[in-house]
Design a protein around this ligand. Structure first.
Ligand code: ADP
Ligand code: ZN
Length: 678
């Protein structure tokens, strides 16, 4: 069957994502292929479709067992004969895979790279009629990368032994890695190479200067209650503290870091993968093992390490193509920390210089004056960028000519011999007569007190931006004292000027607006559809998105199909899923339209109506307790209607209305909803 009709019938997608079609054609035609696509670009489809178009079995090599198992589940849900041979299999699972192979039914066989180490596996693969090898995360073959998997080195051997075409996929684009993939997997035989653009248009990009960072993260999460998200932190201790703070604010939240024992980490990964609306607060150790398409937001509580890490980490959001949001916090302290990590590292000097340059690229993005997306993608070599989905496109930066301020600051640095940090330098500029000032004789300097146009925090923002533009750097040999870089010379000499942002000097109060996934009328239906999905997923013991992803549910809530024919037109509803779940979701849609509960109907058209719907959502989230493991508990429709119309203002009156048992579970969350409506 042709690729486009398989796409429609099996996967239920109307069209290809950019780049997919050419890759599918090349792979299906039996060419050797190297495809570089961003995370979420839809790589899996590029070998799954050809697998269905070709005779014989496609072997898929992928580094993570848990992810393989999820992919196999998702394929089977779509009616595709797929199986995995991994160490995580039960005996029945392995038997079923073998039966499918023997009967000639199996189309995709996922195997873990470790398997390739045994000679038996090679013989087996030779016997069963493999016609294509697909390699996911192909950069794992690179010995210089941090994801190196020694067993990946055997893939070249496998290709030679089977003598079939090989298609390799990765999101890592740098030229050295590409060369290494070609050398190791294709024996230098140049494969057909596809390099696909790096833009992820559905991800909203935003940065904010730190200003009570914990509150900034809590506000961001509170505005996105019930959505799955990741918060990245710089330290292990912080992941625990922040996860705790999020739980206290009524979120479902877990921490994750490399210091936890492997079992605990695995549980957290699995829960995140399976559950809807969980927040994981993590160090960068969290990532490789997550392949959840419906992560709705990623926040950085601390500045990432480099522009590459930033791109990779935010890239975990919104792989399903539905809107996703990001927020990255940064401050002078982050810059100092990242610089010192590089300076104090063991790397040779030229590598350290390269690391500083990568950090500079990220700082340039943090202090950017124009579109973040263009700034980010320019770094990856893309110049044609369209964006109306970043904080700076939404609210242009408020800038001023900062040349004078920067020169004053540089002068304070130079006249004090480049031996001081920003604290003392700011005292000099403000003319603060501290003990240290008198002791060093700095109150006699011509720069003493020349900066009274700004207050302390404003000068801090100027220094932060100077560090961000790499005009000054902390010197590890001088306890982090700021020293001028060569880039600052033209400004000092009056040959160049510099624009600074005023908005980050004033209070950093700009908070990116919440992107609604869906408009207000459709929101209650979307919640109802999600509840149905959750129930079906729990019954089938699969992650929710395996049933349908967010994008599909959003489209259902907007288009409201009224029969199975219309339902089949929704993106993501393939033939098999239509048959299996079509009626379940259809009845939610048609039911919702007609049968508003009488208690709710009375509130229709009033403010309390919307409040009622929000209470209902919160109740659904908490129905099995904050960790999803308690006995189910709900409030009657008339009780909810009473809460919505009387709006209790404090815990005591809320508890009186709900009664002890329900108050325990819901009072705090309901109060939050009522208050956020006022
Ligand atoms: P990655 O490139 O990161 O491996 P995946 O293959 O996991 O990406 O795809 C990411 C998501 O995009 C999945 O949820 C997948 O179902 C969806 N997807 C892939 N191709 C399409 C398409 N042509 N139309 C709509 N959704 C798609
Ligand atoms: Zn933009």
């Amino acid at each position: 069957m042709a690729a486009a009709s398989l796409l429609r019938d099996i996967f239920g997608f109307d069209g290809f994502r950019p780049g997919q079609e050419e890759i599918v054609d090349a792979v299906a035609a039996g060419q050797n292929v190297l495809a570089i696509m961003p995370t979420g670009g839809g790589k899996s489809l590029c070998y799954q479709l050809p697998a269905l178009m070709r005779d014989g079995i496609t072997v898929v090599i992928s580094p993570l067992i848990a992810l393989m198992r999820d992919q196999v589940r998702a394929l089977r849900e779509a009616g595709v004969e797929a199986g995995a041979l991994t160490s995580g299999n039960t005996e029945e699972e392995t038997d079923a895979v073998w039966a499918a192979i023997e009967e000639g039914r199996l189309k995709l066989l996922y195997i873990a790279p470790e398997r390739l180490a045994s000679g038996a596996a090679l013989g087996m693969l030779r016997r069963i009629g493999v016609s294509l090898i697909a390699v996911d995360e192909a950069h794992c073959v690179s010995q210089w990368g941090h994801d190196f998997r020694p067993d990946y080195l055997r893939i070249g051997e496998l290709r030679r032994a089977l003598d079939v075409p090989l298609a390799a996929f990765t999101a890592t684009a740098d030229a050295e890695t590409q060369q290494e993939i070609i050398r190791r997997l294709f024996d230098e035989d140049q494969p057909e190479t596809f390099l696909h653009g790096f833009d992820r248009p559905n991800i909203n990009l935003a940065f904010a200067a730190k200003d009570s960072p914990r509150k900034q993260i809590l506000d961001f999460a509170n505005a996105r209650k019930g959505q799955s998200g990741i918060v990245y932190c710089g330290t292990r201790a912080k992941t625990e503290a922040l996860a705790q703070a999020l739980r206290e604010a009524g979120h479902l939240s877990l921490h994750y870091h490399g210091g936890m024992d492997p079992e605990e980490r695995r549980i957290t990964e699995t829960r995140f993968q399976r559950e809807d609306g969980l927040i994981v607060v993590a160090t960068v150790a969290f990532g490789m093992g997550v392949d959840k398409p419906d992560i709705r937001w990623v926040a950085h509580a601390d500045l990432p390490k480099s522009i590459e890490s930033y791109y990779q980490e935010i890239g975990r959001a919104g792989r399903d193509g539905a809107p996703a949001e990001t927020l990255t916090l940064y401050g002078a302290e982050d810059i100092r920390l990242r610089r010192s990590q590089i300076d104090e590292g063991m790397a040779p000097p030229e590598m350290r210089a390269a690391d500083h340059a990568r950090l500079n690229a990220l700082l340039g993005l943090a202090e950017a004056l124009h579109c973040r997306r263009s700034t980010l993608l320019r770094y990856f070599g893309e110049t044609q960028v369209h964006c109306d989905n970043c904080d700076l496109c939404e609210t242009p930066a408020d800038v001023f000519d900062g040349t004078e301020a920067v020169r004053k600051a540089l002068s304070a640095i130079l006249r004090t011999g480049e031996w001081f940090g920003s604290g003392h330098l700011i005292d000099v500029l403000l003319g603060n007569e501290t003990d240290r000032m008198r002791q060093k004789g700095h109150d006699a300097l011509p720069t003493f007190g020349v900066g009274k146009e700004f207050d302390k925090r404003q000068w801090q923002a100027v220094f932060r931006q100077m560090m961000g533009h790499d005009l000054v750097r902390p010197d590890p040999e001088r306890h982090g004292a700021l020293r001028m870089t060569d880039d600052a010379l033209p400004i000092l000499r009056g040959e160049a000027s510099i624009q600074l942002r005023r908005d980050t000097i004033r209070k950093a109060s700009r908070r990116p607006a919440v992107k609604a996934l869906i408009n207000e009328e459709d929101a209650p239906l979307l919640s109802a559809l999600k509840a149905k999905r959750r129930a079906l997923a729990e019954a089938a013991k699969v992650p929710a998105y395996v049933i349908f992803n967010d994008k599909t549910l959003i489209e259902m809530a907007e288009k409201r199909p009224s029969n199975l024919d219309d339902m089949a037109q929704i993106g993501g509803v393939g033939a098999k899923k239509l048959e299996r779940y079509g009626n379940d979701f259809l009845s939610v849609i048609t039911g919702e339209a007609e049968v508003l509960h009488p208690s709710r109907r009375k509130l229709a058209g009033r403010d309390a109506g919307g409040l009622y719907d929000r209470l209902l959502e919160v109740q659904a989230d908490l129905a099995r307790g904050p960790d999803g493991i308690d006995k189910p508990l709900t409030c009657s429709a008339s009780l909810l209607a009473k809460v919505a119309s009387t709006r209790p203002k404090d815990t005591a009156s809320m508890a009186r209305l709900l009664g002890d048992k329900r108050a325990d579970r819901f009072a705090e969350a309901f109060l939050y909803v009522v208050q956020s409506e006022d």
